[in-house]
Design a protein around this ligand. Structure first.
Ligand code: NDP
Length: 296
């Protein structure tokens, strides 16, 4: 199966590594060509120099870019994906995208008999490395069955959430929960630290109690208490995701003041901490407002 992967970023790179060995024949494209060349040298994947070349001869095209906007921007022009896609190819978008743009992309591709699915992932860089990602699919059931052998290369739990856009919507709600947990736990641990309670002791208690979450059990334990703050998932991308969740609620006429507030707060954090900051570094903004670091 000829597979082309576009977008060798923090999560795309470890996902694509699973598609390098047989039975796949992998081609890669990345906006910064040096990244694609390094990936090709490491894995033996074929390196192409335009989206059109990536699309030519591909049975499956996978994109993993920051937003749906970048995915849509790769479609057009002489070098664009549409110039190279053959009829009956399959387009899998693993971007954490927005449902409206995904539906528009699907409509444009269907005019060329190309099937599209949104297939955002969760599980982080470590899940991508281990091939244990959760994949949230928005597609016709038959499209998912065509995609399944490719998705199984990097995914463990692969779920059809509904028609095109449904995967993006479920992912956005998941990300809203992630953002809310990060914000709430940051406020709580900074307050506890300022009051002289050990943050690691408090986390130990919370992780054996009803307020625990992936944020308390893994992210804060491994990254905040240690002050390691590895950069694996950009705060800018989390802000984008929670904004999608707020827009999704509004489009469906569901009042979502909490989701909207956290989207707004994360936008402030993104502006203060910068485009390269990791999502867990959000705690640093609350620490600076409080004049106190999470400690011990
Ligand atoms: P990165 O910022 O690390 O990588 C982004 C990728 O998109 C790079 O390959 C970059 O190319 C490319 N890109 C950016 N802008 C453009 C453009 N205008 N045209 C073409 N290519 C472009 O992001 P991640 O890999 O972390 O995230 C990718 C997607 O996966 C996002 O939607 C994110 O929300 C989602 N995600 C990320 C997770 C993570 O843990 N990192 C977990 C789950 C989902 P270049 O090398 O040139 O910059």
């Amino acid at each position: 199966m000829n597979v082309s992967f576009l977008g060798l970023g923090a999560i795309g790179t470890p996902m694509a590594r699973h598609l390098a060995p047989p039975p796949f024949s992998l081609s890669v494209w990345n906006r910064t060509a040096e990244r694609a060349r390094a990936f090709g040298a490491e894995t033996g994947a074929r390196v192409v120099t335009s989206p059109a070349d990536a699309a030519r001869g591909a049975d499956v095209v996978i994109t993993c870019l920051p937003t749906s906007r970048e995915v849509e921007s790769l479609l057009d022009g002489d070098d664009g994906l549409l110039a190279g896609l053959s009829d009956h190819a399959l387009f899998i978008d693993c971007t954490s995208g927005d449902p409206t743009t995904s539906r528009r992309i699907a409509g444009r591709l269907s005019e060329r008999s190309v099937a599209f699915m949104d297939a955002p992932v969760s599980g982080g860089v470590s899940g991508a490395q281990q091939g244990t990602l959760t994949v949230m699919c928005g597609a016709e059931p038959a499209t998912l069955e065509r995609a399944r052998p490719v998705l199984e290369a990097f995914g463990k739990k692969i779920v059809l959430c509904g028609p095109v856009g449904a995967g993006d919507a479920v992912k956005a709600v998941n990300q809203a929960l992630l953002g809310i947990h990060i914000w709430a736990l940051s406020e709580g641990l900074v307050a506890l630290s300022k009051a002289g309670v050990s943050a690691s002791l408090a986390l130990d208690v919370i992780n054996a109690s009803s307020g625990r979450s992936n944020v308390s059990q893994n992210l804060f334990t491994e990254r905040v208490i240690t002050r390691a703050f590895p950069r694996t998932f950009k705060l800018a991308l989390l802000e984008k995701d929670v904004t999608i969740a707020a827009e999704f609620a509004r489009e469906n006429r569901v009042p979502a003041p909490l989701t909207q507030t956290v989207a707004d707060l994360l936008r402030v954090a993104r502006r203060e901490l910068g485009e390269e900051a990791d999502h867990v570094e959000t705690v640093k903004l609350i620490e600076s407002w409080a004049g106190c670091e999470v400690s011990g």
